[in-house]
Design a protein around this ligand. Structure first.
Ligand code: PMP
Length: 322
């Protein structure tokens, strides 16, 4: 999926006379920009993709509160403390926790995962992609398909991994992902990004009980973020400065390769000078370079250094035969 073009445009902040008693309104298109950027970040077309006000835990609570109904069985893949935290939350909300305990420092294999899902037939399964307490990077290939076959939803914590480890939400059949701004993206803490698949939305639409939180009700939030066809309603006061910061943190520049240039040679040349840029992803492999300007690297000097190194590399590497 290509990067959202709207997020590549420079930010235009309108000057408005904020006359109301507050909360004062922010430009709606900022939220649309962020939403489009998040769809790219998660590699998803999910309409219900937005940011929750709060840290990574807000994403976790929003996901669990909307996907869980009292009495539901949840399978938690335990590779560290984040599985324990979700298990605690499920228990508080009246769900039944089944745990797949994985040896410390190891990731779950597809085989053990499949067996556990088949055995306990959960309503949803929790997996942490980047377990920051143990350093385990959990591969997710095939996990979504196993869940799909067993009528379960797949929930992934990508707080510590998003932007660092690829996460192809739609291709991997993942039903809900949450992440946070302050890790790899290098934006200030205070927003949790989240996305729900159509299957997750279906389960949420057919709930027998109400979501136990108004603040974290995904459909209320979705309306606020312009994800539904209804006019937006005030839901809560969003931390506007953080939404602006997230928009900037999501900017990623993709550069189309000139003809007859071998992409890897340029990447290697820059790498030999200590500068890392990335190849394309999925359909753009070999067609673009991706240059991130995130966090402290959103800095004129660093960007000029990268552009200069790229320019020099292109002068010396002319074609695919070099
Ligand atoms: N999940 C993971 C994998 C994390 O590393 C963290 C934060 N260390 C969280 C969830 C919770 O995020 P926060 O501290 O932003 O609430």
């Amino acid at each position: 999926m290509p990067p959202a073009t709207r997020i590549l445009e420079p930010l235009k902040v309108p000057s408005k006379l904020l006359m109301g008693p507050g909360p004062s309104n922010m430009r709606e298109s900022i939220m649309d920009d962020v939403k489009a950027g998040l769809q790219y970040l998660f590699q998803t077309n999910n309409e219900l993709t937005f940011a929750v006000s709060g840290s990574g835990h807000a994403g976790m609570e929003c996901a669990v509160m909307n996907l869980l109904e009292p009495g539901d069985t949840v399978l938690v893949v335990q590779t560290g403390i984040w599985g324990q935290r979700v298990a605690d939350l499920v228990d508080r909300l009246g769900g039944r926790v089944q745990t797949l305990n994985v040896e410390s420092g190891k990731a779950a294999t597809l085989e053990m995962f499949s067996k556990a899902v088949e055995d306990c037939k959960p309503a949803f399964v929790f997996v942490c992609q980047g377990e920051s307490s143990t350093g385990v990077a959990q591969p997710l290939e095939g996990f979504g398909d196993v869940c799909y076959k067993n009528g379960a939803l797949l929930l992934v914590d990508a707080v510590a991994s998003i932007g660092c480890v690829p996460l192809q939400m739609d291709a991997l059949n993942i039903d809900c992902v949450y992440a946070a701004t302050q890790k790899v993206l290098g934006a200030p803490p205070g927003l949790a990004m989240i996305s729900f698949s159509e299957r997750a939305v279906q389960k949420m639409r057919t709930r027998k009980t109400r979501v136990p939180s108004f603040y974290f009700d995904a459909f209320e939030l979705a309306n606020y973020w312009g994800c539904s066809n209804e006019p937006r309603r005030y839901h809560h006061t969003a931390p506007i400065s953080l939404v602006y910061a997230l928009r900037e943190a999501l900017s990623l520049t993709t550069i189309e390769l000139p003809p007859n240039v071998e992409f890897k040679l340029i990447i290697n040349k820059l790498m030999s000078q200590g500068i890392e840029i990335a190849d394309g992803l999925g359909p753009t492999v070999g067609k673009v370079w991706r240059i991130g300007t995130f966090g402290v690297n959103a800095d004129k000097e660093k960007i000029l250094k990268t552009v200069h190194a790229l320019d020099e590399a292109l002068k010396t590497v002319h074609n695919k035969d070099v």
